[in-house]
Design a protein around this ligand. Structure first.
Ligand SMILES: *[C@@H]1O[C@H](CO)[C@@H](O)[C@H](O)[C@H]1NC(C)=O
Ligand SMILES: *[C@@H]1O[C@H](CO)[C@@H](O)[C@H](O)[C@H]1NC(C)=O
Ligand SMILES: *[C@@H]1O[C@H](CO)[C@@H](O)[C@H](O)[C@H]1NC(C)=O
Ligand SMILES: *[C@@H]1O[C@H](CO)[C@@H](O)[C@H](O)[C@H]1NC(C)=O
Length: 433
């Protein structure tokens, strides 16, 4: 009897164990599959820092069916926020291949400038900078560099991007103010677009109204008409790269300061592609200076693409980390984090470096300003600023001083916004005819 009782006891214990085990298993399995479902919906962002992989993502060969249409979809997805924020439809947001071609071709035509036009642009930029500094000096005595650049970059690119616009019938001061308003609104809407899909419609309305003031006669209403289609990519990146390149050249290039300045001065006097790429005795050209700034401070630090995999509900996002590839010591050497334009000279530059440099993206979605317009207008702005600083007597910087330290400059959207200069001693400014 005792034996059979033992037996029953054992069996019931065994059954209980199985029950508990299956209960635990059931709970665990259920939880896992619920998690899996959530996991499938939540987009994951992969960061890509490998140059080869980055290239294959940007040139489309990474995707199962490389085509312009798929490349546009992969890019438009992460840029939807710009559609909500700015009411635009441009090359960055469209999935329509025909419209994309038209847009890129129009942009390419507008920024294809003759030598004569480059010369007048260079004079216009000088005049805008001089005028703005004078006006700010009169009103306050100090010139905020970020403000100076935002206003003058915007005002310089508008006539290039919109040759059909009438000339605004507003005093210079007012044009400066409107330009600054536009810059400020673009910045705040940009930041807002990262957190909300429904920005205040009043903001966009006032932004468009301001654009209309500087571009009389230009349609602004439909997404394809919006002048912001061209203004956003041209202005937003340009003023920030000019800012960093100028800080490097003006405040941090130590022994190379005089030689760099002479190069820039020569280019300003004759802003042709020959002078832009002409190297001096050190094997440095203005083009090298600009490339070095674009390498360390790519205005688009990360490029986002959607990747759709079948197992997942929402597409994943891959972030190509251009900034970190541009600063990778395995490619650029131990001084990768130093601003040193001479690395672009023929003695040092190699294929590895060339193929790990893509500040303007890559075919098929490469920026039309990559080859000529972008680098050369950066050069003109930096040269023009450098000349004004030379002409204007002793300058003292006011505000943040961190940028004088060794090491990399910050590359955030809102860095160095309070750097200002005060002109101590009044000297005659260059004539601004
Ligand atoms: C794209 O980039 C990858 C990686 O560098 C390369 O192997 C491939 O040939 C490129 N494809 C095109 C179409 O350029
Ligand atoms: C730029 O314009 C010139 C002259 O108008 C033309 O010959 C050239 O093909 C154009 N270049 C591009 C890239 O559109
Ligand atoms: C002038 O501008 C600077 C920089 O924005 C600011 O810090 C300063 O308070 C202003 N001074 C006056 C008198 O408005
Ligand atoms: C800078 O100014 C000095 C004198 O103020 C002048 O001799 C020199 O040529 C100028 N340099 C440049 C690059 O403009």
């Amino acid at each position: 009897m005792a034996k059979s009782e033992d037996y029953v006891f054992l069996v019931s214990k065994f059954l209980l164990l199985i029950c508990v085990a299956s209960f635990i298993y059931y709970k665990k399995y259920h939880r896992r599959s619920r998690l899996d479902d959530e996991e499938k919906k939540r987009p994951t962002t992969f960061v890509c820092r490998n140059p080869q992989q980055a290239k294959s993502i940007l040139n489309g060969s990474y995707f199962e069916e490389p085509s312009l249409s798929n490349a546009l979809k992969a890019r438009a997805g992460p840029n939807t926020r710009l559609v909500y924020a700015f009411g635009i439809e441009n090359a960055f947001t469209t999935t329509d291949t025909k419209y994309h071609r038209q847009f890129v071709s129009l942009a390419g035509t507008r920024i294809n400038l003759s030598n004569v036009r480059w010369e007048s642009l260079s004079k216009d930029i000088g005049r805008l900078l001089h005028g703005n500094i004078e006006r700010q000096r009169i009103s306050n005595g100090t010139v905020l560099l970020s403000r100076l650049l935002q206003i003058t970059v915007l005002r310089a690119v508008l006539p290039i991007l919109f040759p059909n616009s009438d000339v605004p019938d507003l005093p210079e001061e007012e044009q400066d103010d409107v330009a600054y308003f536009i810059a400020d609104k673009i910045n705040s809407l940009w930041i807002e677009s990262k957190t909300t899909q429904a920005p205040n419609p009043k903001d966009l309305h006032s932004l468009k109204e301001a654009c209309q003031k500087l571009l009389p006669g230009i349609a602004v209403d439909s997404p394809r008409d919006s002048p912001l289609n061209l203004i956003l990519p041209a202005f937003e990146t340009l003023w920030r790269i000019v800012f960093r390149c100028f800080i490097e050249v003006q405040f941090r290039s130590n022994d190379d300061f005089e030689s760099n300045k002479n190069l820039l001065q020569e280019y300003l006097n004759r802003p042709t592609s020959e002078i832009f790429t002409k190297a001096d005795a050190r094997d440095i050209s203005v083009s090298h200076i600009v490339n070095e700034a674009l390498r360390l401070y790519p205005p688009t630090k990360r490029v986002y693409r959607h990747i759709q995999t079948e197992s997942r509900v929402n597409p994943d996002v891959v972030a190509v980390d251009i900034e970190s590839i541009h600063r990778d010591a395995q490619i650029w050497g131990t001084d990768a984090a130093t601003f040193r334009p001479s690395r672009w000279g023929s003695r040092e530059m190699n294929g590895n470096m060339m193929s790990a440099f893509f500040p303007f993206g890559m075919k098929p979605l490469v920026c039309p300003a990559r080859k000529v317009f972008g680098p050369r207008i950066i050069g003109i702005f930096v040269a023009s600023l450098s000349q004004i600083f030379n002409d204007s007597g002793d300058l003292e910087t006011v505000g943040e001083m961190d940028f004088r330290r060794q090491g990399l400059l910050e590359n955030a959207r809102d860095s160095y916004m309070s750097i200002a200069v005060r002109i101590k001693e009044r000297k005659e400014l260059g004539t601004c005819s």
